[in-house]
Design a protein around this ligand. Structure first.
Ligand code: 6R9
Length: 658
């Protein structure tokens, strides 16, 4: 192991890389033999074509992969920060996800296989799904919704959630999906920021056997949402005492079910807004990321096909909620444009028991599973016995998204879930990028636990320091993207200044991701965490993920979050919050963990404080909210917006610690 304190000779803006991970896993030869991209040369050719002849490459892809009601005049117009793709053309994302598949002869293939938390099930073929989408779109038109109008969707993970998204897309309405765990305040903020005209919700949702009364929360929000004219309510729970406001609220079964279900898709400009998705910014105030029709749709489809090596007989399951970008791109638009069969599950992974996911994998013979490190770490904590009860041999490919996956969690996923035979694709991307930007290609890339490996065709990453100069290999710096790509965000809804300032002002001409990364000697990329999360100890800049991964490699630790707090001597001291299993949260363990990190990566990275906690505060997509932990670590009051917290009670628990 390297001695970080001895070898760190960084300039002020570089980040010291301290954790060594040298395990490498080549793809199994059986996988490579049948993979869509099966040779390094094939990848290199695609990558070079996209890099050297961007417009020619994407022109061919757009013609092959999307339906065009009207051909475009120009492939790409880019003057930073503004990009337009497939200028002058007309297409429709709902058409590409539904009609195009039906016309291609796969209308009777299952599009959605759904299971509710109580165990109820439903399967919709592509043809059936189109009928449902058309009915919903027809009802929305009756409610006065047209092209360009914003529709907020606050729904459980039922087929109707995908149906409403695609129904908006069918008529050019702009959807804004709001995660169905958010407060009335958050819904009202989003309605008002976007000027939403319609809210679609349900009478409730099931979560760990309990009912969450969604409509009641929406009612509270609507009292403060003057732009909203109607509320469309799906009966999911069968809850009859839902107050319905006359003239405003309508039941789904009254206005949707009786529609003909034949509405043709509206031809829409390539650059018509497809959706807004609110994501938290570093300052806390959520921002509405805007994506448009053609470029986003193409990016979601191609990245799905490249990364997940999709075949006709796959049963694909992305466990993400549609309230997160992962649900947009890899539950709905990507897989459905590619004609995939998608499993969709409504509820919690531990209801009725901790083996629910593995029960689903076995029951539906899932072949591709895409989930998040936060879930993987929870499974580890719950114990291997829940996994071992089930036959997971249908799995052939595993994916991870949302955060860096700690090498220990990667190894567990590889061994216990993948049976050592499934490649793992660690996919790095953002709400803003629309789809996956860096990932192994499962048939060709030798993976290293914790690295998202290489960029996909069309992605030109650069790692730079604060002056925009490239950093040396193996030193961390700011990750930027140098060229436009079809799936890139087109702006922040209603806030052009923030768009420029946040993404384009720091390094002129390049998109600033807000993440730090390093590139190793094999050209592999390692994401080191958010720029704002870097800890500066005695002049050495350390990445959170490396210290966290060192902690997680101790058998007693399930999860770790590391933040900096002020220290008079060192500038910053390292405070670590850890959740543990099968161990006593005592002084001896504290000491042991400090020494463990010291041994793994060096004295410099040894945490000053170790705080044991039952849970960590997380966003809806499972990201640890280090901003809040920084406040806790330095004894400050919690400040800023907390609307993206999944479990507020975890904060209270943290405050009670120590
Ligand atoms: C898709 C999604 C984006 C941020 C991103 C980065 C982190 C996502 C990651 C990862 C390391 C990965 N992130 N995937 N970090 N390795 N494979 O998560 O979008 O919710 O907008 O978050 O998540 O920090 O910048 P979003």
């Amino acid at each position: 192991m390297p001695d970080a304190s001895g070898s760190a000779s960084s300039s002020s803006s570089q980040i010291d890389h301290v954790l060594i991970e040298d395990r490498k896993f080549p793809p199994p030869s059986e996988f490579t033999a049948q993979a869509v991209i099966s040779s390094e040369a094939q990848y290199q050719e695609l990558y070079d074509q996209a890099a050297n002849n961007r417009d020619g490459f994407w022109d061919a892809q757009a013609k092959e992969n999307l339906h065009w009601f009207k051909p475009y005049d120009k492939v790409c117009e880019f003057e930073a920060p503004n990009a337009k793709w497939f200028v002058g053309g007309q297409t429709n994302a709902s058409y590409n996800c539904l009609d195009r598949n039906i016309d291609a002869g796969i209308g009777d293939r299952a599009a959605i296989i759904w299971e509710g938390e109580p165990g109820d099930t439903r399967t919709l073929t592509y043809r059936e799904l189109r009928t449902e989408v058309c009915k919903c779109a027809e009802a929305m038109i009756e409610l006065g919704i047209g092209t360009g109008d914003v529709v907020s969707i606050y729904m459980p993970m039922t087929p109707e959630l995908a149906i409403t998204m695609l129904a908006c897309a069918r008529i050019g309405a702009v959807h804004s999906v709001i995660f169905a765990g958010f407060s009335a305040e958050s819904i009202a903020d989003r309605n008002n920021d976007a000027g939403a005209k319609l809210v679609i919700t349900s009478d409730g949702l099931y979560r760990r056997g309990k009912v969450l009364p969604l409509k009641a929360t929406v009612d509270e929000a609507l009292a403060k949402s003057p732009t909203v004219k109607h509320c469309l309510v799906l009966k999911r729970i069968g809850n009859d005492d839902v107050p319905m406001k006359t003239g405003r609220d309508v039941w789904w079964h009254d206005v949707v079910d009786s529609q003909p279900g034949t509405l043709p898709a509206t031809p829409l400009d390539s650059e018509a807004s497809l959706f807004i998705l609110y994501t938290s910014g570093s300052t806390g105030k959520p921002k509405g990321i805007r994506h448009t029709t053609a470029g986003y749709n193409l990016w979601a489809k191609k990245t799905f096909q490249w990364v997940f090596d999709h075949r006709d007989d796959d049963v694909y399951w992305c466990t993400a909620d549609c309230g997160w970008i992962t649900g947009h791109s890899y539950v709905v638009y990507g897989p459905m444009s590619a004609g995939a069969t998608c499993l969709m599950y409504e509820g919690a992974p531990n209801h009725p028991a901790e083996d629910r996911f593995w029960d689903l994998v076995e029951k539906y013979k899932v072949s591709i599973l895409y989930t998040a490190p936060t879930a993987i770490r929870a499974f580890i904590k719950w114990g291997d016995e829940h996994v071992e009860k089930h036959d997971l041999s249908s799995l052939r490919l595993l994916g991870s998204v949302g955060e860096g996956i700690n090498p220990e969690a990667w190894m567990w996923y590889h061994e216990k879930i993948g049976g050592k035979k499934c490649p793992i694709v660690d996919t790095w991307w953002q709400t803003e990028t629309g789809g996956i930007m860096m990932s192994p290609l499962p048939g060709i890339t030798a993976t290293k636990p914790g690295s998202c490996t290489k960029p996909l065709p069309g992605v030109i990453p650069k790692i730079v320091d604060e002056t925009g100069k490239p950093v040396e290999d193996n030193h961390g710096g700011m990750l930027c993207i140098a060229e436009p790509w079809p799936g890139m965000l087109r702006g922040i809804w209603g806030d052009d200044d923030r768009f420029v300032e946040q993404y384009w002002a720091t390094v002129p001409g390049m998109y600033l991701t807000g993440d730090n990364a390093r590139q190793d000697e094999d050209g592999y990329y390692w994401i080191m965490g958010r720029i704002d999360d870097v800890i500066n100890v005695s002049g050495h800049r350390l990445s959170t993920i490396e210290v966290e991964s060192a902690l997680v490699s101790h058998p007693a630790v399930c999860e770790a979050a590391v933040v900096g707090r002020h220290d008079d001597l060192k500038g910053q001291a390292i405070a670590a919050f850890v959740t543990i299993r099968d161990a006593q949260p005592d002084e001896a363990l504290r000491k042991e963990l400090k020494l463990h990190v010291r041994k793994q990566i060096g004295a410099l990275a040894q945490p000053d404080d170790i705080r044991f906690t039952a849970t960590l505060p997380k966003t809806r997509s499972g990201k640890i909210m280090r901003r809040l932990l920084r406040d806790v670590a330095s004894g400050r009051e919690i400040v800023g917006d907390t609307s993206t917290l999944e479990d507020l009670s975890s904060l209270a628990k943290l405050n009670d610690e120590d």
